[in-house]
Structures are given as structure tokens and as C-alpha cells.
Write a new protein. Structure first.
Length: 231
């Protein structure tokens, strides 16, 4: 199972500590935010499953109060602070776990394990594609990529089949889990099938290079995220 997380950290150090821990192989970082406004917008846009929140004078823990105005349920928030006395306030505001900064690798590992145990429910299974009166129930993990075709969307599956759905790609994008990335106005890819990225030619290869599709500069941030994951 692959899980998603965001980092809120004005110091720029939390990501380095997580990456150096080598405990995040099953976790995908969707972004790192260093200001209050960018953090708020990033959470609302990406809807991560885990939020590493290094709160301090630059970005206060009160950010969680504002999130309650927009979200029915907060992500699994792991509060991070230099002072253990801040833990009580953080827990009252909706933090699920708490780490002292600098982060001790074994404590970070425990946080990952606690989340995995509590959140096995995050397992998307199937999506319904309506096509010519048919209802196709497709396993999400079988989808290699999606291609927009006017007001319909073509689904390319790992068994070689292609199914067209009579909805726009924007509609289907909202039904897919976080590991599907839009890399072009006309293409969304499943990160699990990305096998090669050519930055010089703006090409993305999928399913052991069986498919080659273009990516556009406007989605370069998503390409960078994919590269970080598969390196």
C-alpha cells in the first residue's frame, strides 16, 4: 500500500530527516510548504493522508483550526515541535501523534507504523466506467493511464485493453487516488507504471516502456514528484 503525505516546515529540515530515515518507502511526499498560506492551499488541494506539521512562530498550530472550516476530517496530523510541553495544545487541536524536533529516527518509524495500523481503510479498489450502456467496474490498480478525448476519457489497462468512459477526464480525476498524476492537459498516469522519464524530450514511458506519452511544462511539478518517488 502506498500512502501520501505533506510537510509543513519553515526550516526546510524535516524532509531531509524523513528521507534519511529510510522508513518512507511506502509513502509518497506530495509537497513541502514553508508558509501559512501555501500550506493551507496545499492541504486543501492534495488532501494528503498524513500531515507532518512542524509548527512554530512562523506557522502556528492554529492552522488546524482553519482547516476544520473546510474539511470534514483532518488528515493524520503528526505534530513536530522542539518543546514537549506544546504536545498538550497540539493534541487538543486535532494532532494524532507528536514528535520532538530534531526527529529521532526510531520515533519516526513508530509514527509510520501507527498510521499504517490505523488506516488500512485507505485502499481504493474499483472505479465504474459507463460506456455505451455498459457499466465497467475496473480495478484502479489495473489502470496504466487516462487520455482525454473531447468529452470522453480513454482508460488504458495493463492487460492491453482500452475502455472509453462518457465523462470528462476532470470528472474521473476526482475519483482517483493520489498516486494518479496529471502530466498533461490530456493525460493522467498511474505512478506505479512509470518506467522512464526523458526530461529532454518531455516524454514519460509506462509499463516497461510499452507506452510513451508526452508531459507538458505546466505539470513539471508533478513530474518532479514522480521522479523523487522512483529514484
Amino acid at each position: 500500500m502506498l500512502y501520501s503525505y505533506l510537510i509543513i516546515d519553515s526550516t526546510g529540515l524535516v524532509l531531509k530527516q524523513i528521507e534519511s530515515s529510510q522508513f518512507d518507502e511506502d509513502y509518497l511526499c506530495l509537497g513541502v510548504y514553508a508558509t501559512y498560506e501555501s500550506a493551507l492551499n496545499g492541504i486543501l488541494e492534495h488532501k494528503p493522508q498524513i500531515l507532518f506539521f512542524h509548527f512554530n512562530d512562523v506557522i502556528g498550530i492554529q492552522l488546524l483550526l482553519e482547516l476544520h472550516q473546510y474539511l470534514n476530517e483532518l488528515p493524520y496530523v503528526i505534530g513536530i515541535n522542539e518543546n514537549k510541553t506544546e504536545a498538550y495544545t497540539a493534541l487538543k487541536l486535532g494532532v494524532s501523534d507528536y514528535l520532538l524536533f530534531p526527529i529521532i529516527p526510531t520515533e519516526l518509524h513508530k509514527s509510520f507504523l501507527k498510521f499504517s495500523k490505523l488506516n488500512s481503510r485507505y485502499s481504493e479498489t474499483k472505479i465504474c466506467i459507463k460506456s455505451s450502456g455498459d457499466h465497467h467496474f475496473i480495478s484502479i490498480d489495473d489502470i496504466v493511464y487516462l487520455k482525454a478525448d473531447n468529452n470522453t476519457t480513454d482508460f488504458y489497462l495493463k492487460n492491453g485493453k482500452q475502455i472509453s468512459g462518457f465523462k470528462t477526464m476532470k470528472f474521473f480525476e476526482s475519483q482517483l487516488p493520489f498516486y494518479f498524476f496529471r502530466i498533461h492537459n490530456s493525460y493522467i498516469v498511474n505512478i506505479h507504471f512509470v518506467s522512464r522519464i526523458n526530461l529532454g524530450k518531455n516524454d514519460c514511458y509506462l509499463l516497461d516502456n510499452q507506452y510513451k506519452i508526452p508531459f507538458s511544462r505546466g505539470y513539471k511539478e508533478n513530474i518532479d514528484t514522480i521522479i523523487r518517488r522512483i529514484q
